[in-house]
Design a protein around this ligand. Sequence first.
Ligand code: MF3
Ligand code: CO
Length: 248
Amino acid sequence: MIVLKSEREIQAMHESGKILAACHREIAKLIKPGVTTWEIEEFVEGFLKKHGAKPEQKGYKGYQYATCASINEEICHGYPRKTPLENGDIVTIDMVVNYNGALSDSAWTYKVGNVSKETERLLEVTEESLYRAIEVCVPGNRIGDIGHAIQSYVEGEGFSVVRDFIGHGIGNVIHESPEVPHYGLPHKGPRLKEGMVFTIEPMVNVGTYKSVRDPNGWTASTADGEYSAQYEHTIAITKDGALILTKQ
Ligand code: MF3
Ligand code: CO
């Protein structure tokens, strides 16, 4: 069942999303060669505390950290760690913020120093695919239109779309209905209705879309070791289209 949110609930999730967006803006300034994702993790914990918010991922299904920090070929759910980032790396920082019980979820891929031309294009295409998907989020369209917008664009650019992880409804808990695949067919799936709130979070790979799972049970990486990028927003469907709750 897809729970529709009231204007007040969406307002509360928007306040949560503004804190998350502000946190990402600060992370963007911190990322550089030599910095560790453990330092980013500690920064995020402090930032959220200062703003009266909580890291919802910490303790979720046994996950231990406020952030997921996925480097280079890691697709998602990387653990923050004490290895310094190096020039040419990319790192995706993903987090869920809880502010007075209202959740928001947003991931962003950052460049570390100077990256290759191909990596640059991977990031541009992945971010653009998210905004193309958001464009089709108007009442009356369907969930399949979202996946189709992402997949047709990304594959046309020569990259691939991860299948094993998808966007999701979000409310009192991180994951609820509907499922939001980043691939699929137009005019298929549930109809978008005013009051739906969900994430769109395309993970785009340079090579194969196939992933492998680390023995830690969480971290997913590309099967061929090529780079993967991700941009994620939490959005609400309004009568005028999508409202981005985590806009930076
Ligand atoms: N933020 C993730 C998402 O976009 C959810 C993370 S699951 C966790 O779906 F366990 F790592 F927190
Ligand atoms: Co997320």
